[in-house]
Design a protein around this ligand. Structure first.
Ligand code: HMG
Length: 464
């Protein structure tokens, strides 16, 4: 049985901090954010929003657009790393909100859990629900997988330049109009690491930024190697001499903690794959330098990062490699469109990869390219750390969905925050009833109880 993504919807909060205002306040060159990281605007949640209401707003949108009733949904999974309860799953809050619209008990038959593994958990949730459908357990029902997060870092930290917030929901079924997942090739890697983590009770993560960048690259490469073995052994793809697995992916979507990370990851993977090919000699000649090797090639991430001479040379090499015509062609045709939404919205943790997929569909379609039959490769990464590489094929009916995609319309009108407003929101100085925008037809948070007996209980309303 086949399974995949039938439709995809997003919900992005209406407030943002602009890279220019951010850089000015922090004494940075705005070009560092805009060009160095690929961050132009970062979405920020209002005082009456949390990741559960972002998720519920995305779910309502996809249900209304597809005229789905709760009976059509058999599973609702929520993936997040912004959970506010150690026990109660975010699903129940989302179901509670949806039932304000569809009626109490309307989702009673529906199953689902909250999944956690930093930014990669949404990919595990997609995989599990795809397999639920493939196994014939779905009983003609669809699954909703919603990925929702608030990427918030400490004030003044280097991570603060890479914030964002939002939710993406995917409708999965056995006759997907958008993308059918390739069976039996999903590959993973996993390791016990502390590149980025958020201990109990802490609102913001502890981050080792450059360490996390390198670990992301290494883990995704390991998952790609495992994926390659699977596609060859299952016979899904035949890699001819002189080719690499990346030649068989028409599009590549990467986890995007900031949009330039996608480009960095692509350059790293392409180098890894092309190194074995005859074309590599020609590229080295064009670059005019040999590929640098660390002093201790079998060393740890710390030893590589501590090898200043290697890091400087490798940086130079990557820059030159990224400018080669061969790489530029791969970048422009396979990745560039997926980065556009990220520059406007920022990091969405679990949702970043799927915002990128949504972005790629819209902007490739706008180029007039026929997407039917194109294979999309996904590189998912979650700190802590695990990576997942998988793929799918765009379906003949994709136009029914993609023709109406319009990122700016879907985000809606936004308010550019002043620095003071941003600081107040970041430091949680506003109470729930001091929200900055007053939205209609959306779920908002109205109360978080503080009394001993009911501490932490949350109440939401649907703003008519
Ligand atoms: P940093 O160390 O301050 O930045 O913070 P940098 O010095 O590396 O500069 C960034 C880029 O801007 C560089 O480009 C500079 O050259 C360039 P590159 O050389 O790498 O291509 N630059 C400039 N360009 C133009 N004009 C200028 C200028 N100055 C510098 N004037 C860092 C960057 C990402 C480390 C930081 O923001 C951070 O810690 N972010 C949070 C962690 C993160 O996003 N890590 C990414 C990988 S881990 C991951 O993806 C998982 C995650 O999503 C969490 C999860 O899984 O749950 C984070």
């Amino acid at each position: 049985m086949t399974a995949g993504i039938d439709d995809i919807a997003i919900y992005i909060p209406r407030l943002y901090i602009d890279a220019i205002d951010f850089a000015k306040a922090r004494g940075l060159d705005p070009v560092k954010l805009q060009k160095g990281l690929g961050v132009s605007q970062m979405a920020i949640v209002d005082a009456n929003q949390d990741p559960a209401c972002l998720a519920a707003n995305a779910c309502l949108k996809i249900m209304q657009r597809n005229k789905l009733s709760p009976e059509d949904i058999g599973r609702l999974y929520v993936s997040t790393e912004s959970a506010f309860d150690e026990s109660k799953a975010m699903n129940s809050y989302v179901i509670g909100m949806l039932e304000q619209v569809y009626g109490q008990g309307a989702f009673e038959h529906c199953g689902g859990i909250e999944t956690k593994f930093a930014c990669v958990s949404g990919s595990y949730a997609l995989y599990d629900n795809t397999n639920w459908i493939r196994a014939g357990e779905a009983d003609d029902k669809a699954a909703l997988v919603v990925v929702s997060d608030i990427a918030k870092y400490d004030m003044g930290s280097s991570g603060e330049m890479t914030q964002g917030a939002g939710a993406v929901v995917m409708l999965l079924n056995d006759k997907p109009r958008l993308l059918e997942f390739d069976p039996k090739v999903t590959a993973t890697s996993i390791i016990d690491e502390y590149d980025f983590y958020r201990p109990f009770g802490k609102e913001t993560p502890i981050v080792h930024g450059q360490y996390s960048n390198l670990l992301y690259l290494i883990q995704v490469r390991k998952a790609l190697d495992a994926y390659k073995k699977k596609v060859v052994s299952t016979g899904l793809i035949k890699i001819e001499p002189g080719e690499t697995i990346l030649d068989h992916m028409d599009y590549i979507n990467m986890h995007l903690p900031y949009s330039n990370m996608g480009k960095k990851a692509l350059a790293y993977m392409v180098r890894h794959e092309w190194r074995q090919l005859p074309r590599w000699k020609r590229i080295l000649q064009e670059i005019g330098m040999d590929e640098p090797v660390p002093k201790d090639p079998r060393g740890t991430i710390e030893s590589v990062l501590g090898d200043a001479e290697f890091m400087a040379k490798d940086h130079e090499f990557t820059k030159l490699f990224s400018k080669t015509q061969e790489f530029q062609e791969v970048y422009e045709s396979k990745l560039a469109s997926s980065l556009i939404a990220s520059t406007m919205i920022g990091n969405l943790y679990t949702a970043s990869l799927y915002l990128g997929f949504r972005s790629s569909l819209e902007f490739e379609y706008q180029k007039g390219i026929d997407l039917e039959g194109k294979r999309v490769g996904f590189g998912s990464y979650g700190s802590g750390a695990s990576a997942m590489v998988f793929s799918g094929v765009i379906q003949p009916e994709y136009k029914q969905v993609v023709k109406d995609m319009n990122l700016e319309v879907e985000i809606g009108e936004r308010k550019r925050l002043t620095w003071d407003e941003y600081e107040n929101l970041h430091e949680n100085k506003l109470s729930i009833d001091e929200s900055m925008v007053h939205t209609k037809k959306e779920f908002v948070l109205i109360d978080v109880k503080t009394e001993t007996e009911s501490r932490g209980e949350r109440r939401y309303v649907f703003n008519e």
